[in-house]
Structure formats: structure tokens, C-alpha cells
Ligand binder design. Structure first.
Ligand code: MCN
Length: 754
């Protein structure tokens, strides 16, 4: 069962259009919530006139003065400035385009749009700051009373002035890991209904149902018991979905009005109001010997937290932790600072802090190789941690579990035909071809299950002898209904169709941490496996009574899906018969086990990517010709699904390298807030990738699995950016910011030619 390329069982209903999303959840009598959002980035609210709303039949309007929810505090994480709280509705100041000033309730959605337009807000504009480095300077303050825009920082206590003293060669650079919109195809939404028993049910498009239940219980004063969160099918989250100010206000309104309330945002609303990702400025210095040995590295991260500090403010911690990458660098220093600006708040987006680390160190390695006049793949190879170095702790403090970085690099170079590509590049350069070939290499490592959380697996045998798994992990596109069923089926000796996976309903699943940081398989999957094993142990006891033998002599024959006495393969007591017998005796509950699995440490997936781009040196047009991705996430449960994860992840990573940027003008107006202007890549812009698997198990869980959900996003971006710069190297170009699109490349060429 394990390692089989089984098709995703959930795809049958998705492909037939039978998925059930929040929007499909019918709740009779529900009112529609529409948020009135600020069209200016920074302003004092001089007045709000809501009187016009009365002209829309049945419409109700609420402003800050009406909503008794207090404020949405930053996450309770040490080091974050907890005085920079976000009011649920702005009362005196708005701090970004999209900040909420009022909410209207109407009988239908169209009336909501009309009513929202009738809320007249008088804004006194204030100067805006949209760039984190300008935010750091502090000329414009978002919270003047605090005297600073810094919302979190980890400064270098005692910088080593001699860090690069013994180095022959020192290179430095600066790179902007630009702001991105997560763009789930299903935007956010929820439906809230207060039951007659006083319990609140919230159908929510989220990645973390149990965490959301807890937080909502706190805000509404209902406790965990008073709230049920149901996450039905979710059309992508990419790290950015969870409980938000909107989805706390909606249930509050349901309680206030005594009517169910629903909200589904539009694409444009999603683009400005859902947390953005990345948005960091990275400055690096790297030094080493003339023969290419890296000796020291320094990284500084200036993170844009957006208008209200959320998880984005603390992500540079992961960037600093992972700053060493795959390289054995003896001395590393880093410092990070997060700053508020008049922009959409930032948070995790696929990779969350680790792409930034890979982007910085890989750019530094390229510059180092160029300075030495050595091949960038060769310089990388000279500095990789060797396979016998694991487990190890890097100079930046990360404890890597297992790896074989050299093999990943070799596989990627071989698959790409690296030597032949370089040869083609030489020929083209010599012949003065105006379509320049660029080749980029990246070797990366990332961290999954970074917070080392416990997870639940709860396995139950049904009266029919099939199995139900209740998992605390959540699948918003990753295919857990298939892979988690495989893990349980493998242990029980049942076909995968005989295992049903239940997730996302806090009344059905007793606890859970949800899904982020690509941790689900290694903790939720491991817990499911453990629970299935306990069920087998309990089943052996029941089977021993049926087969009149000692439990110690009962074995499970996984091939045949039943139990027999050791040494005598017949008779076999199938799960179906065992379950029927247990049910007849009222002992079916004995065939259920809930287990919690908690690993001792995070795991560190890794890989190597090679990209080949063609750049038209007359127009600047960039075409990605080929991308080879070698990704190693330990033992793979289902290679088909893991490869699918890599395909999607690489698309996001290439999107950052070549296409996407959520940009603002100087006054904080978004330059694009729809797919018309935001260059979200589609299949039409992308070639098919060469995805190559590799498996180096982790010792940290019984599956040997690490996470694969974010790998493609982390490894691909630096390879593609590097390929673009490589194409332009003969012109003396040393760097092109991302997205390295036609315009940027053309400008870089113009500047170089000038
Ligand atoms: N898998 C496997 N063998 C492994 C590891 C994983 O077969 N060694 C399989 C898993 O069983 C699962 C899938 O690959 O079906 C991803 O598993 P895992 O790497 O454990 O990651 P999670 O399930 O925890 O997913 C989270 C991760 C994150 S953090 C983001 S963001 C993300 C992502 O995965 N967002 C996604 N993948 C996404 N895919 C889709 N379609 N939509 C999103 O929003």
C-alpha cells in the first residue's frame, strides 16, 4: 500500500462538481454581510454617515461603536509589540486600503452591495508609508503614541566585527522577496448560526478548525464547548486561511441579530483583505576562500508586517533559523526587524519564511561563484553538508535530521543535462544569439513541523468491518482523504476504499492542530498509523476469543485482511466477521483507538532545482524553458500526490520569480486587485516540470516522512531568478529583482548597456 501511485479518491467528487464548499452550505434565513472598506491607505475618520442605508429595505448597519468585540490582538508570541492591536472595525483611523469601517446586513447579497455604497465616510488623509525600510525610518508612524513602526525585532546583540576578516573574497547583495497574494481559487467565506442551545456553529473556509473554535470561543465568551467549527471542502489556503476579523464579526452579528449570517468575499476583496505573503527585504554578505570554501555569512531581514502585526511579523525567525541552507558555514550572524506599514497585513504564504532564506543564500552563492569565476553548481557542491554529517546543528541553530544534498544536486544536474546546457550557452554566446540562454541552480533545505505540535489520529472499525479515521489534520487540497486512508489501510490490511477520513468538524474530531508548515503527514499521518496499530492489538484480543487461541498467537494477515492463529493460515477471521461478532456482543467500542503523536523535533526536507530560461535580449522577454525539481521529503506515502504537491508548489515559486507582485503606489493604493492586473500564473505561462523523487527517511516518525507541501515553492524561485541573471551575465548584469519579468529585464539590460 505505501508508496503506491493511487489516484486521489476526493477527485471524483471535485471533478463532478460535487464538492461542498462554504458557499454551498444552505442555511435558511441567513442574512448577508457586506463589509465597507477603506479606499484610502491612511486617514483619520472625520465622520461616518449611515443614514442612507435606511433606503435599502431591511438593511442594518453596524460601525465600531455598535460592535462590542474589543480588538483583535497580535498573536501571543514573545517579542511582538502587543500594543499594535487591530480594532475589529476602525473607529478613528484607517491604516490600509481594505481596513473595515462598517458592515451591513441585508436579505440578499446584491442589496448588500447597494447598502454598503450608501455608507458615507469622511476621511482626513494622513501621509502613508508603504515600504518597510521607509517604515523603519519612522517619518510616518502608524501608531504615533508608540513612537515607532517596529513591531518585532531580533537585533544582533554583539556583532562580530571580524566575521569576514579571514576571507579572501567577500560578496554582498540585497534582494527583495516581494509581496505576494496567496490567491486561493476559493476566496474566504463563512456562515454562522446560533443554535437554540446557545451554541454557535461556524462553517468556515479555513486550515485550522480547532484553533479557530478556540479563538472564536474566547471572543464570543462561549468557550470551546460553545462553538462548533465545520470546515467543509476548502478550495486552497496556501497558508493564508484561518479565522480572521471578518469571520469573528459574522458570528457576532448572528448572535446579535438572532439570524444566521453569511459572508463570501469577492476576488478583489480577497486580494486586498486577506493577508499577503513574503514582503521582506534581505541583505546578505558572504565570504570565503579563493578556492570556493564559504567561511562566514551574515543576513539581515527587514520584514513588512503590513498595517497590523500578525504572523507575518514573526516569520523572519524561520528565515534566520534556516539562513545556512544546505551549506556547512562555520560562522553565521543574522538580525531581523519587522515593521508596520500602510498595507495589507502579512502572514504565512506557502513556504512562510523559508523561501526567503533560500532566496538569500542562493543569491549569495551565485555572487560568490561569479566573483571567483567558478561554476555555480561546483561552488555549491564544495560547501554542502556531506551525508555522514547528519544529524547536525547549523551555525544558525537548526538541527537537521537527515539528508543527502550532494545526491539531490547530482540528480538534478544529470536530469537537466547541465553540461550540455552550458555547452549550448557557450555556443549561443559566441554566435551573438539575441535569445540568451540562462541556467540557474538552487539547492535548498527547509523546515517542516517547525513548531513540533501534537496531533490526533482516531481509528474506529465500523459494524461492517470497514474503518473510519478521524484526524486533527486538515486537508485543503493536499489529498489527505487518500494518503491518510492509505496509511490506515496499510496497517489494518484493508483496501483503501474501506477507510473513510473525517476531518474539519470540531464536533466530530475531538482535537487537532490543523494544517500549516507541511506537518500533516509526519504528525497526523503518524498518529493515524499509531492508532491503527493499537486497533490491531485490540482486534487480536477479540479475535483470540473467536478463534479460541491465546491473543499472543493471533496474527493479522494484511494481504487477506483478517486474523488467524500463527502457523495455521486457515481459518481467517476477516475484519467484517470480527466487527459483526464484536457488534453482536456490544463490544465494537473496543475496536477504536485515539492516539496522539508528537515528534521530538522538526524535519528538514531538501532538494535541488535546475532552471533554464531563454531571454530575448532585445525585448527583455523571459521564457522558462525547463525546470527540473528533485525534492526529498523522506519516505513518500503516495508519489503521485507528492509529485502533484511539487507541481503546484513549483508553479507558485516560478510565479514569484517571474510574474507576481502585489504592488502599491506611494500613497498606498494597490496597483492591481484582481486577476486582470495581478499576474497569477496559469498553465498557459508554464512548461511542465521534470519532477524527480528521492527518499531519505527521517528517524523522527515511524513513517520516515517529512513534509512535501511547500518544497516546490522553496526550491524553484532561486533557480529561476538565478537563470535570468545568468542569461544576462555577459552584459555585466549581476542582479535582477523579482518578479524578473520582461520590463525588469529590459531595464537591467538598458542600464548595463548605458
Ligand atoms: N505526502 C506523501 N509523502 C510524504 C509527505 C507528504 O505522500 N512524505 C502527501 C501527504 O500525505 C499529503 C500531501 O503529500 O497528501 C502533502 O502532505 P504534507 O507535506 O504533509 O503537507 P500538509 O498536508 O501539511 O499540507 C500543507 C502544505 C502547506 S503548509 C501549504 S501552504 C499548502 C500545501 O501543503 N497549501 C496547499 N499544499 C497545498 N496544496 C493545495 N492543493 N492547496 C493548498 O492550499
Amino acid at each position: 500500500m505505501m508508496g503506491q501511485r493511487i489516484l486521489r479518491v476526493e477527485d471524483d467528487r471535485f471533478l463532478r462538481g460535487e464538492g461542498l464548499y462554504v458557499e454551498n452550505q444552505e442555511v435558511p434565513g441567513a442574512l448577508h454581510a457586506t463589509f465597507v472598506r477603506s479606499p484610502v491607505a491612511h486617514a483619520r475618520i472625520a465622520g461616518i454617515d449611515t443614514s442612507g442605508v435606511a433606503s435599502v429595505p431591511g438593511a442594518q448597519v453596524f460601525t465600531a461603536a455598535d460592535v462590542e468585540l474589543g480588538a483583535f490582538p497580535p498573536p501571543p508570541i514573545p517579542g511582538i509589540n502587543d500594543k499594535m492591536v487591530r480594532p475589529f472595525l476602525a473607529s478613528d483611523v484607517v491604516r490600509f486600503v481594505g481596513d473595515i469601517v462598517a458592515v451591513v446586513l441585508t436579505e440578499d447579497r446584491a442589496a448588500g452591495a447597494d447598502a454598503a455604497e450608501l455608507v458615507l465616510v469622511d476621511y482626513d488623509p494622513l501621509p502613508a508609508v508603504v515600504d518597510p525600510e521607509a517604515g523603519l525610518a519612522g517619518d510616518v508612524l502608524l501608531y504615533p503614541e508608540l513612537g515607532t513602526n517596529v513591531c518585532a525585532s531580533h537585533p544582533l546583540e554583539a556583532p562580530d566585527r571580524a566575521l569576514f576578516e579571514s576571507c579572501d573574497v567577500v560578496v554582498s547583495g540585497r534582494l527583495v522577496s516581494q509581496r505576494l497574494a496567496a490567491c486561493p481559487l476559493e476566496a474566504r467565506g463563512c456562515v454562522a448560526e446560533l443554535g437554540e442551545d446557545g451554541r454557535m456553529t461556524l462553517w468556515l473556509s479555513t486550515q485550522t478548525p480547532h484553533l479557530d473554535r478556540h479563538v472564536l470561543g474566547l471572543f464570543l465568551g462561549l468557550g470551546d464547548e460553545g462553538v462548533r467549527v465545520v470546515a467543509p471542502d476548502v478550495g486552497g489556503g496556501f497558508g493564508a486561511k484561518g479565522l480572521s476579523v471578518e469571520t469573528v464579526i459574522v458570528p457576532w452579528l448572528a448572535r446579535k441579530t438572532g439570524r444566521p449570517v453569511r459572508w463570501t468575499e469577492s476576488r478583489s476583496e480577497n486580494m486586498v483583505a486577506m493577508q499577503h505573503g513574503r514582503a521582506a527585504v534581505l541583505e546578505f554578505t558572504l565570504g570565503g576562500s579563493r578556492d570556493g570554501e564559504v567561511q562566514a555569512y551574515r543576513l539581515r531581514v527587514v520584514q513588512d508586517a503590513g498595517a497590523y502585526p500578525g504572523l507575518g511579523a514573526i516569520l523572519p525567525g524561520f528565515t534566520a533559523l534556516m539562513s545556512s541552507g544546505v551549506y556547512a558555514i562555520p560562522k553565521i550572524e543574522s538580525d531581523t526587524v519587522s515593521v508596520v506599514t500602510n498595507t495589507t497585513p502579512t502572514g504565512p504564504f506557502r513556504g512562510a519564511g523559508r523561501p526567503e532564506a533560500a532566496q538569500a543564500i542562493e543569491r549569495a552563492m551565485d555572487l560568490f561563484a561569479a566573483e571567483l569565476g567558478l561554476d555555480p553548481a561546483e561552488v555549491r557542491r564544495r560547501n554542502l553538508y556531506p551525508p555522514d554529517a547528519f544529524p547536525l546543528t547549523t551555525a544558525s541553530g537548526a538541527g537537521y535530521d537527515s539528508g543527502d544534498y550532494g545526491r539531490a544536486l547530482d540528480l538534478a544536474l544529470e536530469t537537466a543535462g547541465y553540461e550540455a546546457l552550458r555547452e549550448e550557452q557557450r555556443r549561443r554566446r559566441e554566435s551573438g544569439d539575441t535569445r540568451a540562454l540562462g541556467i540557474g541552480v538552487s539547492v535548498y533545505v527547509e523546515i517542516t513541523n517547525g513548531l513540533v505540535e501534537p496531533e490526533l489520529g482516531d481509528v474506529e472499525i465500523t459494524p461492517e468491518g470497514e474503518a473510519v479515521l478521524r484526524t486533527g489534520s486538515f486537508s485543503h487540497g493536499q489529498g489527505h482523504e487518500t494518503t491518510f486512508a492509505m496509511i490506515v489501510a496499510d496497517r489494518l490490511g484493508l483496501p483503501v476504499e474501506a477507510v473513510r477520513v473525517i476531518k474539519g468538524d470540531t464536533d466530530e474530531v475531538s482535537q487537532g492542530t490543523g494544517t500549516y508548515g507541511s506537518k500533516s503527514t509526519q504528525i497526523g499521518g503518524a498518529a493515524a498509523r499509531q492508532a491503527a496499530e493499537v486497533v490491531v492489538e485490540r482486534a487480536r484480543v477479540l479475535a483470540s476469543e473467536q478463534l479460541e487461541a491465546s491473543a499472543d498467537d493471533i496474527v493479522l494477515d494484511a494481504e487477506r485482511g483478517g486474523f488467524h492463529v500463527v502457523g495455521s493460515p486457515t481459518p481467517v477471521l476477516a475484519w467484517k466477521e470480527l466487527a459483526a461478532a464484536a457488534a453482536a456482543e456490544g463490544r465494537l467500542a473496543e475496536l477504536r483507538a485515539a492516539e496522539i503523536f508528537k515528534a521530538d523535533a522538526p524535519t528538514f526536507p531538501f532538494g535541488a532545482h535546475v532552471a533554464a530560461v531563454e531571454v530575448d535580449t532585445e525585448t527583455g522577454e523571459v521564457e522558462l524553458r525547463r525546470l527540473v525539481a528533485v525534492d526529498d521529503a523522506g519516505t513518500i506515502v503516495n508519489p503521485l500526490i507528492a509529485e502533484g504537491q511539487v507541481h503546484g508548489g513549483v508553479a507558485a515559486g516560478v510565479g514569484q520569480a517571474l510574474f507576481e507582485e502585489f504592488a502599491y503606489d506611494e500613497e498606498g493604493n494597490p496597483l492591481a486587485a484582481s486577476f486582470l492586473g495581478y499576474a497569477f500564473a496559469s498553465a498557459a505561462e508554464l512548461p511542465s516540470w521534470d519532477v524527480v523523487g528521492m527518499e531519505t527517511p527521517t528517524p523522527l516518525n515511524a513513517l520516515g516522512a517529512k513534509g512535501i507541501g511547500e518544497s516546490g515553492t522553496i526550491g524553484s524561485t532561486p533557480a529561476v531568478q538565478s537563470a535570468v541573471v545568468d542569461a544576462l551575465a555577459p552584459f555585466g548584469v549581476r542582479h535582477v529583482e523579482m518578479p524578473a519579468n520582461g520590463e525588469r529585464v529590459w531595464r537591467a539590460l538598458q542600464a548595463a548597456r548605458a
